[in-house]
Ligand binder design. Structure first.
Ligand code: SF4
Ligand code: SF4
Length: 544
């Protein structure tokens, strides 16, 4: 973050005054710190996407194919025919402006092209020109404009300044989902090889090895073994996870970020401890997979076809391992893909059973079609039925608040389960203001593939509304921990907090659960999963 202006300087740079000229006459200014590097051609080529080549967003010439306008026109037409929602969203906006100030990127930058209505208008203006009679005849007067290289550059810059969070859609009286418009914009850009590398390379890795980080099976298992050793050191209990086990009760799939990056790794240890508890007490056998080793799906930030390809391994692995149903870990966009698209992409998974918890008897009706249960629902159900042995006092050093990740909240309506769990494993919980949580939650500012290192300024201004709400509960209730159920959040929120509210840490839900969970046969614990002294044990080190 060394290139970043100090937080006060960044705040003073936000200029909400509209520019002197109309938006169509204001050329795009691609600025360092506000964009992600161009896709690596090797990654584009690996998955067979077209026009793989080296190009640089800051250079005049983007090495476009000669017939690039034709490609965009045909791609636009195909998508209007295929996705009815796209056609409707292009036609029905009345420019009421209800969405205008709801985007975290507009709030954080003051740039009008980050208003959702105007972000959509970037595409809609070309739609009017190419596909409507009024636009063809009246041109600019009807809000139409021709496709040019400058327009293309504007698309690239602003469709990769949208985290597809859908906050704007909550406020639109017509239900226009600007995230879906961004997805279409990105699909069209991908037809010309114009992706960002923070998406293109994870997609290629995922296609090759099953996960975004390119972790091979033996390395995946090594990391799990490493966590097993750590858990033994902390609890005195050696957990024995099942990996690639045929005939296990269920398959567990989580984002690979949990296996390889702090603080997600503590959440991963939490899963391992919970699964061990369930095996010891109830004989419930959950297997991990080194093939379906990624819950996240950066394909969804590229194209529908790529999303489908990367998603396919979930059902394929469930079939190969002959499990009854699938449990999914704490992830954001993974759940958007599962909840909204998987059934029609690669389902229905009729070979799986409607998920039923054999421990509580609960039938997860909401998952009867996808056959995938979110771990927050699963754990909340165990707690509700008194099936976990918990000591919430072990989290008494924490004053916790909860960040509703955009996709589990707006994408699947999950609001209560994470809060229910936190309130049962922690004694101190405080929600952020109502207009910043649940359905109206503010994005972390780094989703949809934007959590790179080179666009830190964009991420910090985009995350400002979220950080501001955290600051409020920190100052009012002394909140010092921000819990979330998303791997991108666990990667993106720590630098955001460090920048705006450095007194607040970040945790996954199941790290909190595992701190409180009493494992059968465990010894006296003196530290939490991070090796920090438990409340009341702070003096132990000093005495030694
Ligand atoms: S989906 Fe989110 S990031 Fe994109 S325009 Fe809407 S509010 Fe902004
Ligand atoms: S709220 Fe909906 S109808 Fe109003 S300007 Fe935004 S997208 Fe258009």
């Amino acid at each position: 973050m060394s290139d970043l202006p100090k937080s006060d300087d960044l705040l003073s740079k936000i200029d909400p005054r509209p520019p002197a000229k109309s938006w169509m006459d204001t050329p795009v200014n691609i600025r360092k710190g506000m964009y992600c590097y161009a896709s690596n051609p090797k990654s584009v080529e690996y998955v067979g996407l077209p026009h793989a080549r080296a190009w640089n967003p800051l250079e005049e010439d983007w090495n476009l194919p000669e017939n690039w306008k034709e490609i965009i026109y045909e791609g636009f037409r195909e998508r209007l025919d295929k996705f009815r929602s796209f056609k409707v969203f292009m036609d029905i906006c009345v420019r009421c402006g209800a969405c205008a100030d709801k985007c975290h990127f507009f709030i954080g930058t003051g740039d009008p092209k980050n208003m959702p209505v105007l972000r959509a208008e970037l595409l809609r203006s070309v739609y009017r020109n190419d596909f409507t009679t009024a636009g063809r005849i009246m041109g600019k007067m009807a809000g139409a404009r021709e496709m040019t290289v400058d327009v293309l550059k504007e698309w690239w810059y602003y469709f990769f300044q949208c985290t597809e969070c859908r906050r704007c859609s909550v406020f639109c009286p017509y239900g226009i989902d600007t995230a879906e418009i961004t997805m279409m914009g990105r699909e069209l850009l991908n037809l010309l090889g114009l992706n960002i590398d923070w998406i293109a390379t994870p997609v290629a890795n995922c296609y090759r090895t099953g996960n975004h980080l390119g972790i091979q099976p033996h390395a995946f298992k090594d990391m799990i073994d490493f966590f097993v050793d750590d858990i033994e050191e902390i609890t005195g209990v050696r957990v024995e996870p099942s990996i690639n086990k045929k005939g296990a009760d269920i398959l567990f799939i989580t984002p690979s970020g949990d296996v390889f990056a702090d603080p997600g790794t503590y959440t991963c240890m939490g899963y391992l401890m919970l699964f061990h508890f369930l095996k010891e007490k109830y004989g419930f056998d959950i297997t991990w997979s080194t093939y379906a080793s990624e819950g996240g799906n950066f394909g969804s930030f590229t194209s529908h076809e790529m999303m489908k390809r990367l998603n396919a391994k979930m059902f394929a692995e469930a079939r190969r391992l002959d499990v009854k149903w699938i449990l999914g870990g704490e992830c954001g966009h993974m759940w958007r893909v599962i909840h909204q698209y998987m059934d029609t992409l690669n389902g229905p998974a009729d070979f799986l059973e409607v998920p039923v918890s054999p421990i509580t008897g609960t039938r997860f009706e909401n998952a009867k079609s996808t056959k995938m249960v979110h771990i927050a629902e699963f754990t909340a159900d165990l707690i509700k039925h008194g099936k976990l042995d918990l000591n919430p006092g072990r989290n008494d050093n924490l004053r916790v608040t909860f960040h509703d990740s955009c996709n589990p909240s707006r994408g699947m309506g999950m609001f209560e389960e994470p809060r229910y769990i936190i309130k049962n494993v922690c004694n101190y919980f405080h929600d952020m203001p109502a207009n910043t949580i649940r359905e109206q939650t503010f994005c972390c500012g780094s989703g949809a593939g934007l959590n790179a290192g080179e666009d830190m300024e964009l991420r910090m201004v985009g995350g400002l509304p979220r950080a501001n709400a955290v600051k409020h509960v920190h100052e009012k209730y002394d909140v010092n921990m921000l819990a979330c159920v998303c791997a991108i959040d666990r990667a993106a929120l720590p630098p955001l907090m460090e920048y705006w509210v450095p007194e607040v840490g970040v945790t996954g839900l199941h790290e909190l659960v595992a701190n409180a969970l009493i494992l059968p046969g465990e010894g006296e614990r003196t530290t939490d999963l991070r090796g920090e002294p438990l409340p009341g044990m702070e003096g132990d080190d000093a005495e030694e």
